[in-house]
Design a protein around this ligand. Sequence first.
Ligand SMILES: [Zn+2]
Length: 457
Amino acid sequence: MPAPALTLARAAGRLSRGLGRGGGTSLPGKVLLRLRPGAVAELAADLPRGATLISATNGKTTTARLTTAAAKGAGWRLIANTAGANLLSGVATALLDGVAAEPNADAALFEVDEAALPEVARQLQPRVVVLMNLFRDQLDRYGELERLVQDWAGMIDDLPSDATLVLNADDPAVASLHDARRKTLLFGLDDPWLALPALPHAADSTRCRRCGARLVYEQVTVGHMGHWACPDGHLARPQPDVRAVRVRLEGTEGLALRVVTPAGEIEATPRLPGVHNAYNVTAAIAAALAMGVPADGIGDAVGGAAAAFGRGERVALDGRELVLLLAKNPAGANETVRTVLLDPEPLHLLIALNDRTADGHDVSWIWDVDYEPLLGRIAQLTVTGERAHDLALRFRYAGMELGRLRVEPHLERAMDAAVADAPVGATVYVLPTYTAMLGMRQVLVERGAAAAFWRDG
Ligand SMILES: [Zn+2]
């Protein structure tokens, strides 16, 4: 590729960083794509092991991070978008920076926004595509979940013939994308102890895609995911190739998994809590195997990976520990609630709700979250963010008394108040939407408690 386009795009990144505009994680890519529309394909063309794309409503950042750890553990040199810029411009920026920093890279691995995936795949011609789940998220941005399923099906039709699909057997919408003509690796959770008593209120894909009948579940794991079947026998959860047959929840500290794969059993003890992370770990193991990473090192590499920023990240502040658990839609928020309930201590919670574009302007989803099980366990709850009062109303309707509820829309003041409430040595669980998480991390970075996200790799 001609050098001037690359030089100009990189200069844009330095300028953006210099101005403090979010680390320049997408601007250089935008400049590059304007100068040279085919740049993504050109930059990736020489990677001997090609590109892998990971997409989902929930968990793609964590899964990409775990998969990256597995590949690096095997000695691969990777180009990845660790800063979480997951549109085409972010992928272009990551490639631009990556080929400079790692001229002999083996492969590229990107987490990609659900709606951006078809265009990124068309340009990048990936060798592996990992599709994890589809939940209702930011409805005002994407419209119906059904349209995403159709767009993904169209993308799969256009993939290179030798590409491998990695699909979640437990999500009925994702499993429906299974195409017998394609190399496919299915993954799922197969531990009966994980089952929820019933489908949550926020469950999304709960009808047979052939006849419309309500699916029956032998086991519900997360949201609408689990062991599902049409009552009339049209469709059923396919048998996964990569199965987590034992999932032990180690409180809010982490997980212990035993995963059966075509390449043998893999044990992993990641420092990531909750059943949703069991899906992320199992998906990452399947992704790494599909990429050709040898099975024997995957468990240790995944177990040693640190949490991605804001996703189970732990930060020390004033003698307390903050645990940041991004919660940006009903399915994700239900899982964070389920996860903090694993802590036997009285709970100190800070819940933050913003309504900017990246969060979704419609905050009515908080009424679909099952916050009620928290009520008997909360020592102190602080609600914050631009829509703090909506959260306060939600908890008042749930039956929360005013004595344990503080409303402080200002993120930094709310964080200080929540920390001051908690005894020294205690844990404060922070459940923010996306931009609220970025805002709080910014405060933590300024105070030297956390690293800037674009340095997080
Ligand atoms: Zn049916």
